[in-house]
Design a protein around this ligand. Structure first.
Ligand SMILES: Nc1nc2c(c(=O)[nH]1)N[C@H]1C(S)=C(S)[C@@H](COP(=O)(O)O)O[C@H]1N2
Ligand SMILES: [Mo]
Length: 197
């Protein structure tokens, strides 16, 4: 059974579809470039920075972490929202607990195989619904949608959810990611229409 987080909008606004968004009946692909290739043998998921213990997890080790499935909405800053997506993966909070977040950590920078980065305040990463996802609608996550592993951030515009993620850096002060450096919002709350920084 999937946990339903489609109601998390109630914390931020009155409408499930945020202002200025339209519901799409498809789940489009949106990438800044090509879908990167990866190798199951050498792929690893790294956690470093302001943590007690760095983590380095192989593909197999990551799959063995306790997982959850959630039904959520997905809001792209360009104006489409895909409703009722089901993602399976490991909650951000599980990874944060395993690494042990340092007292001085305030921010997070996500790193991906295509060179993409995106940043969020630590408190936003610890919010319900932030998941390292490897499954989508009962299948493994398709390469174009970020397989083998991506982040989903149902309470933020979807550029906060890095596809092809292989690194999470805990920071003692903010750093800006790929779109954030190019004028997009650092906080990206869809119900406030925080599109630009
Ligand atoms: N690594 C990486 N992650 C990324 C992107 C990207 O170009 N590279 N695009 C972002 C944007 S703008 C959106 S809307 C979503 C799109 O996810 P989708 O292609 O699965 O719909 O991924 C986000 N994560
Ligand atoms: Mo997007």
């Amino acid at each position: 059974m999937a946990e339903d987080v489609t109601d998390l909008y109630r914390e931020f606004g009155d409408s499930r579809v945020p202002p200025g968004q339209r519901a799409s009946d498809r789940f489009p692909v949106l990438s800044k470039g090509e879908t990167p290739s990866w190798d199951r043998e050498t792929w690893s998921f790294e956690v470093w920075g302001a943590v007690e213990t760095d983590l380095s997890l192989s593909y197999g080790a990551f799959q063995e972490l306790p997982s959850t499935t959630q039904r959520q909405d997905f809001h792209c800053v360009t104006g489409w929202s895909a409703l009722d997506c089901e993602f399976t993966g490991v909650p951000f909070t599980t990874i944060a607990e395993r690494a042990g977040v340092g007292d001085d950590a305030v921010h997070v920078l996500f790193h991906a195989l295509d060179g993409y980065t995106t940043d969020l305040p630590l408190s936003d990463c610890l919010h319900e619904g932030v998941l390292f996802a490897y499954g989508h609608d009962g299948d493994s996550l398709a390469p174009d949608h970020g397989g083998p592993l991506r982040v989903v951030t149902p309470h933020k515009y979807a550029y906060k959810g890095a596809k092809w993620i292989d690194g999470v850096e805990f920071l003692t002060e903010p750093k800006r990611g790929y779109w954030e450096k190019r004028g997009y919002s650092a906080t990206a709350n869809p119900w406030n229409e925080e599109r630009y920084g």
